[in-house]
Design a protein around this ligand. Structure first.
Ligand SMILES: [Zn+2]
Length: 412
């Protein structure tokens, strides 16, 4: 049996037919429809000889035993958001099925290959994403909070898990699944507009962005809009406004994919007849390089001091949240790049804005890479999510070639 990428596209349509409706995909984790999708997946792997196991976090594994202790992992997630798209997560899993079929036909692979269908990547029902992969990576540190989580109907997360055979307290035992893992590959739709705008079907993902989130509170003096001359004002909004525009310069100067967003400013008293006394501004900055991200934050802080002085106002800077960039493996990036050039002629290296299961695996110290395939109009998490079938087929072939190169590397 040779690789049959058209079969992957047909199977994705079949899955959509089985677990979607007129509003889109309905494979929300820890529901009957999700279980039905997992059962369907099980059927698709029958005949490959891959052995199925469900780990303590509910992740579904298919193992094709090979000649060594080192293990190649290929991952995805069959769960979706409600009214989701037909490709997010499912493409990765079904492309992995096709790779496993091709390998199984040749007998035992040089190293063991495992396909993992991560449990609850989306966090759609309880608001906690990357459940299964964070448990396996050992980074799940919020079990006390998870115990309290309820869905829209008031059902507790631990009770919902139990219905699917998962004990929250034992979820972290899934860590043993990553023992021996020497490489992890994940194919995903881009969910953004970059590849389409460059007219390229495929790209290699360098890693996931580091993020710095800040709240800046500017303090001036409320004063009457009619009786206060312009040169006597201490306008808190002026500081926020200057910073909101200056972050464009920061992103331009730092470059390399830098993005900055001032996603909200709340002003008080917030009435038409008063100068603004306080302005609470939210800032999100992202970069793939930790030192560049630190520089972006420092530039914004420095500018804020200057703007406060210019406007004769005060300001206070708080860090709301941050996460370091998670970089993928250089060698695997090289393999994916070559594979993409083989099948599509041209490749492109890009960062990922969203986090993915792959980031959890990389965080656990396992060499990881992701491939992105173009998303039409950059849309995802909607039934409008789409990718041209010919691009999906190229993506399956590129994943397969990346897997072959990785297997040769691991077997050497
Ligand atoms: Zn996804």
């Amino acid at each position: 049996m040779t690789l049959d990428p058209a079969r992957t596209v047909a199977e994705l349509r079949e899955l959509q037919e089985l677990t979607g409706d007129e509003n889109g995909a309905q494979r929300v984790a820890w529901t009957d429809t999700w279980e039905q999708a997992r059962e369907w997946l099980r059927g698709k792997l029958e005949g490959t000889g891959a052995e199925e196991t469900i780990d303590p976090a509910g992740n579904q594994w298919f193992t094709l035993r090979g000649g060594s202790e080192r293990i190649l992992l290929i991952g995805g997630h069959i769960d979706s958001v409600p009214n989701g798209g037909w490709l997010d997560g499912a493409l990765n899993v079904m492309a992995g099925v096709e790779v496993l079929r091709r390998l199984a036909e040749k007998g035992a692979p040089p190293v063991t290959v495992r396909l993992v269908n991560w449990a609850d990547e989306e966090g759609a029902r309880f608001g906690r994403s990357l459940f299964g992969s964070s448990a396996a990576a050992g980074s799940m540190a919020d079990q006390d909070e998870l115990r309290q989580l309820r869905d829209g109907d008031g059902i507790l997360l631990p009770d919902a898990l139990k219905e699917h055979g998962v004990e929250l307290d034992k979820a972290l035992d899934a860590r043993s699944e990553l023992e021996g893992a020497a490489a992890y590959l994940e194919l995903h739709i881009e969910q953004g507009p970059v590849l389409e705008s460059m007219d390229l079907p495929l790209g290699v993902v360098l890693g996931t962005f580091g993020v710095e989130r800040s709240r800046i509170t500017w303090r001036g003096q409320a004063a009457h809009a009619g009786s206060t001359p312009m040169d006597r004002r201490r306008d808190a909004l002026a500081g926020a406004a200057k910073l909101a525009l200056y972050i464009r310069d920061i992103a331009r100067e730092v470059g390399g994919g830098a993005v900055c967003t001032s996603g909200g400013v709340v002003t008080r008293p917030g009435i038409v007849t008063s100068v603004v006394e306080t302005a609470e501004q939210l800032l999100d900055q992202r970069h793939l390089d930790a030192s560049e991200l630190a520089r972006m934050l420092a530039m914004a802080k420095e500018a804020a001091v200057r703007f406060a002085a210019e406007e004769n106002i005060e300001h206070e800077w708080e860090r709301l949240w941050n996460i370091h960039p998670i970089l993928f493996d250089e060698t695997l990036i090289g393999f994916a790049d070559e594979a993409i050039r083989d099948v599509a002629g041209q490749s492109h290296r890009l960062p990922s804005g969203p986090l993915h299961d792959a980031a959890e695996v990389a965080r656990a110290g396992i060499p990881t890479v992701m491939l992105f395939v173009q998303s039409l109009r950059g849309l995802s998490h909607t039934k409008l999510e789409d990718t041209k079938p010919e691009h999906l087929e190229l993506a399956v072939t590129a994943l397969d070639r990346t897997a072959s190169k990785t297997l040769d590397w691991l077997a050497a």
